[in-house]
Every structure is written in C-alpha cells, then in structure tokens.
Design a protein around this ligand. Structure first.
Ligand code: SAH
Length: 306
C-alpha cells in the first residue's frame, strides 16, 4: 500500500470506529453528563428561531448526534417537528432512532432540504480529519501513514514560519462544513475542545477502551480527535464567539435550571451539583471547551454571546 495522507487515514479509522462502537464506555460527552446540557441548547435554538421571525418550516439539525441524548433533551425545551440528523454510522443511527424516532437522517449537510436551518454539533468537528504538517529544515512536510508509522512528504502548503520541529494541523473538513453551512445562511452552534487562538502544536489523540492510545496503532478501534481551530473557522466564515463553555452555559441558565431540578428531585441533587461542576470547572470541561456560532453577519448577538 502506498503511504496514506494522515487526514485520509483518520477519516477511514473514525468511520470504522463509529460504525462499530456506541462509545459511552470510551469517553463521556456533555449531554451524557447532564440532561440540562441538551435542555439549554434546546432553549438556545428556540430563542434563535424566534430571532429569525419564527419561520414555520424551520429545520432543527444535529451533526454527529452520538446516542441521540442531546436532541431528546433539547426537544423537551423546543418541541419542533422538523428534526434532521447528520450521521455516518448505521449503528449510531439505530441508537438515535430509539430516542428521536421522527428524525430524518443524512450522510452530509448537502442533502438537508433548503430553508431556515438551526444546527447543533457537540464534539462533532473534533472527529473530522485533520492534515498534519511538520516544519523541517527543508521546509514544511506533510505526514502520511505507512505500515503504522509516519512518513513525511514535502508539502506545497501556505503555513506560518514556525520554528523547526513545529507541527501544524489543518482541519479542512471542519472548515468546509462551516463554509457550506454559512453559504446556505444556516445558523450552527459548535461546542468543542480547542484553543481560542490558532497556534502550532499537535493535538491529535486517540482513545481506545477509555485509555489514551497511539493514534496510528489501532485504526478503527480508537476514537481519533483533534482540537478545533475556532479562530481559523472565524477567519473563514462569519461567526460569533468563541466563548468558554462555562461562560456560555451559565449565561443560558445552567445554575438556575439545575437548582430547580434539584429542588423538585432532592434525591438527584448531589448528581446535579457534580454534573454542573464537570461542565463548568476550568480543569474539567469549563474552559477547554469553547462555543462558536456560525451565523449570517446581520444577526444581533445570539444568546450566550452578548
Ligand atoms: N454529539 C455526541 C457524539 C459525539 S461523537 C455527543 O456529544 O455525545 C462524534 C459523532 O460524530 C458520532 O455520532 C459520529 O458517528 C459522528 N461523526 C463523526 N464523523 C462524521 C462524519 N464524517 N460524518 C457524519 N458524522 C460523523
């Protein structure tokens, strides 16, 4: 087999991984931590819909819905009929259908019908493949994979003049997803791991059976992700943010909603308090996770971005 460009390797490995795993045991995402996460995003989407003039034909979409928990929680806050999922894995589609049976499924954004669109993606962009470049004395080279190891091939790609040995990751798939969304005047809320500013550095990681693994060693058995370069997305399409997850969720009423539930269900009070802690503590998800809203430039500040 000839060397395979790293992003192609990552795309193939993840497609196999998601086709076979209903994660959960490999990593825990925000909607799996607290029902309040999805409820708040449902409220967010409903308010944004009202800001659009409450069009009756609005589409509420989610990219990479995982087990469908987020959407099921969101629909309790905003009971809108037109739900569309972008999901590649048949196994996860079946899982999502248990919680949101009336959804329509798509392999990509392009087949979602025209019309007003509000889309949510939690830990979706980080699963999309990145290209990796390394700065050598000869210039930038690109990483390919051959027999489970990296090989470097000279690259003809515009990148900053970083010190020797630096790694740059370029998430072309995430950029083109956001471009396509923006071109159809869709509004997209993306929550993911990533720095506020673009920077050199290697962020690709793999998790297999709940433990960090070498990204090249277990294609299809590990979940491979990379940090999302929000600043680069923002240089490409019009967007609001990024803001930190804790700032965003507290602006939407995370504490009030959790307190309300704790009063109604005292037996769940401790769990609720712990989950709020996980979602907001800077050393947990609070500040590593950022929230970015892709939206047309005429939109006033969206909830959580004021
Ligand atoms: N949003 C969920 C799951 C995150 S895992 C949660 O927060 O729990 C990433 C999700 O994106 C999975 O559902 C996976 O199948 C999906 N996914 C990954 N790459 C994809 C691609 N290229 N096209 C469509 N879906 C993809």
């Amino acid at each position: 087999m000839p060397p395979e460009r790293f992003d192609h390797f990552m795309a193939r490995a993840n497609a196999t991984y998601y086709a076979q795993h209903i994660f959960g045991q490999d990593f825990t995402t925000a909607p799996e931590i607290s029902q309040v996460f999805g409820e708040l995003l449902g409220c967010w989407a409903k308010v944004v819909w009202q800001m659009l003039g409450a069009p009756a034909d609005v589409i509420f979409a989610e990219a990479g819905p995982g087990r469908g928990v987020l959407m099921a929680d969101a629909l309790r806050a905003w009971a809108t009929p037109n739900v569309h999922f972008i999901e590649a894995s048949p196994k996860l589609r079946a899982e999502q259908a248990k919680r949101v049976p009336h959804a329509a499924w798509h392999a990509s954004l392009s087949s979602i019908p025209a019309g007003p669109l509000i889309l949510i993606g939690n830990e979706f962009l980080d699963a999309l493949p990145v290209r990796q470049f390394v700065r050598r004395a000869s210039g930038w080279v690109e990483r390919y994979v051959e027999n489970g190891a990296y090989v470097e091939i000279p690259a003809d790609y515009q990148l900053p003049d970083d010190p020797l040995g630096s790694v740059r990751e370029v998430n072309e798939a995430a950029i083109s997803f956001c471009r396509e969304l923006s071109a159809r005047d869709g509004i997209g809320l993306f929550i993911d791991y990533g720095p506020a500013e673009s920077a050199a550095g290697e962020s690709v990681q793999a998790i297999r059976n709940g433990i960090y693994a070498d990204p090249l060693s277990y294609p299809g058995e590990a979940d491979i992700t990379a940090h999302v370069d929000f600043a680069r997305i923002k240089r490409t399409v019009h967007a609001q943010g990024p803001v930190k997850q804790n700032q965003f969720l507290s602006a939407l009423g995370l504490y009030q909603r959790s307190d309300f539930l704790a009063q109604k269900h005292p037996e769940k009070a401790l769990d609720l308090r712990l989950s709020v802690q996980r979602l907001t503590a800077p050393e947990a998800m609070g500040s590593l996770f950022k929230v970015l809203a892709v939206c047309p430039d005429h939109m006033p500040p969206l909830p959580g971005f004021a």
